[in-house]
Each structure stands twice: as C-alpha cells, then as structure tokens.
Design a protein around this ligand. Structure first.
Ligand code: HPA
Ligand code: ZN
Length: 322
C-alpha cells in the first residue's frame, strides 16, 4: 500500500486536464461580475449540469466571460499553481478555442502561454498546451485550426486534441483525419477523447483514422477484448480520469474499467479531466486508484513514468522529469 503522504510527495505529471474545467466558483463569480453577466444558477450550484452536453454548454458560457488575453493568462497561472500544490511538475492542458467565444485563437493561445511562462518562472508546474477540436465542428474548421498550429507553431503548443460529446456528434473520425494528418506532419503529438461518450468503435477510429499517439479516457475499450489486446500490444497509453467517469458513467472506482485495463497490461495514466466541477485533485485520483488496485510505491511511481513516456515534450524535458 502507499499512503496519501507518499502520494503527495511523489513528483507527478498530468496529461488530461481541460483549462475550462479548472475555474473555481469564486473565479467564475468574479469573471461574471467583471463582464456584467448574471450567473445561470446560484454559485453553490453553479456546476450542476444534467449531462456532458449541458456541461459543455456551461463551458461556453464561462469561456465567454474571459474577454482579454491577460485574463486567460491569469486562469493559466492559477492552474499551474493548482498543479504545483499536487506536486505536479509538468502538465499538458487541453484548451478548446470554441469555448472562448470572446477571444481570437491568437489572443487565447498567447494569453495562456504568457500565464504559463510566468508560472514556470515562479517555480510552478511547466505547462504545455493542447488546442482541441470540438466533435461538432466541420472538417474545414478542424483543418483551419491544424493549419494555424502548423504555420505559427504557437509557444507551448505540443499537440492536437479533440473533445466534446460523441454521443451527440455520432461517428466523426473520418471528418477529422485530414486535420490530424496536418498536425502530425507539423510534428505535433496527437491525442483524442474517445471511449468515454463513444464505445470501443470510437477508440478504434481514433487509432485507425486519426492515428493518435495516446487516448483521452479510452476506457470503454474494455467492452471489446480484442481491442484491449491491441492496446497492450501497441503500448497505447490511456489518460484515465476516474472521478470524472464515476460522475457520469460508473458507480465507483471498483466498477470503473481501469482495474481490468491495468490487470490486462494497458498503459494507464492518472488525470483529473475537469478538477473544479469534479471537485477532485491529482493526489486524490492517485490515492483512489492506488487503493483500489493495491498499488505500492513502485507501482504508483510507475504511473508517472508512463505519463512521462506518453508526454509530447522534447526528449531533454523528459530526461529532466525522470
Ligand atoms: N469530455 C469531453 N469533452 C470535454 C470534457 C469531457 O470530460 N471536459 C471538457 N471538455
Ligand atoms: Zn477530458
């Protein structure tokens, strides 16, 4: 067994966290006040959403409150400070520009990168950026985003992501293959949400049509034993978020696929997804999995080694993290 104290002391890496999902209620109230907007619900119930799509619509609302690159930078800095409290040394942060309706892509990415620069200079986590396509977007919109990243190589951007609700969007991977190809050719890492609101087919499409280097969630691969065997065979990492999934899909960690996936030999990393609405932190997620899976200190440290291997930064940064 590994104690909470040991987990807190271990240096950690996080690969699946949405900046949009890191705003605490007090920050949301402050942003609404600055923008002169009414809260959609009382602050103590601000995160009460009915399902994933309703939650994503809420992220559109909060994102639109961020009206300057400096404000985006403050939120980025706050995340790096939150990560440092978990002893997270390095994080790759998903940012979906469609949620940030008041900022251009350039302003959003520049503001966030500046916040991450200040945070790293202050000794907080080293945070990189994964711009994300929304599942509902068109092929042209996705290609535009990928082309922009390829041409401008924005500061701190290390990969391309896709998120959103696959249960609503349906099978969309064929539509996004071109954007993923452009990002790959530009040297970006590739990740995709799949196997959360989609099943094993969504995971297979992400591998075969998008050519991903790793998967966000991916847990519903467990519904197809052949696919699990393939994930093991190819060493495909899954960025798993237990508390987030247990809010929406499973009663508790003991019914969550991570135990079966780990037992099968799938590479799993531990992540928070949307820590503010999920009211979780990375140390807590590690404790949850370590307890349920019977991890000792070596097993627990190995999860971070898996995350370092799966990270999209350069080899020198990885060597420093190891
Ligand atoms: N799933 C899909 N898209 C998202 C999520 C999520 O948990 N959080 C923010 N965007
Ligand atoms: Zn996610």
């Amino acid at each position: 067994a590994v104690s909470d104290e040991m987990i807190a002391l271990l240096p950690k890496v996080e690969l699946h966290v949405h900046l949009e999902g890191t705003l605490e209620p007090t920050r949301i109230a402050q942003l609404a006040d600055l923008a002169g907007k009414e809260l959609p619900r009382p602050l103590d119930r601000i995160f009460e959403t009915t399902d994933l799509s309703d939650f994503l619509a809420f992220l559109d609302w909060t994102g639109r409150l961020v009206t300057s690159p400096d404000l985006a930078g403050e939120l980025a800095y706050d995340f790096a400070a939150r990560a440092a409290r978990d002893n997270t040394m390095y994080a790759e942060v998903i940012i979906n520009p469609t949620h940030w309706g008041a900022l251009s892509l350039d302003d959003l990415l520049a503001g966030v990168a500046a916040g991450f620069d200040r945070a790293q200079a202050d000794g907080l986590a080293d945070c990189r950026i994964l711009p994300s396509i929304l599942r509902q977007q068109s092929e042209a919109e996705a290609v535009d985003l990928a082309n922009h990243l390829a041409e401008h190589q924005p500061h701190r951007v290390v990969g391309l992501s896709i998120d959103g609700d696959e249960a609503v969007a349906g099978r969309t991977a064929p539509r996004f293959a071109a954007a993923y190809r452009i990002a790959k050719d530009a040297g970006l890492g590739l990740t995709a949400h799949a196997g959360e609101s989609s099943g094993a087919d969504g995971v297979r499409d992400a591998l075969d049509l998008l050519g991903v280097d790793r998967l966000d969630h991916g847990i519903r691969a467990v519904e197809d034993p052949e696919l699990v065997a393939r994930l093991v065979d190819e060493g495909q990492p899954l960025n798993v978020c237990v508390t987030s999934n247990c809010r929406r899909m499973y009663p508790d960690v003991h019914h969550h696929p991570i135990l079966e996936l780990l037992a099968a030999g799938v590479n799993c990393t531990i992540n928070t997804d949307d820590p503010a609405p999920m009211q979780c932190d990375l140390n807590g997620e590690f404790a949850l999995v370590a307890d349920a899976a019977g991890w000792d200190l070596t097993d627990t440290a190995a999860a971070t080694a898996t995350a370092i291997d799966a990270a999209f930064c350069d080899h020198a940064t990885k060597a420093d993290l190891r």
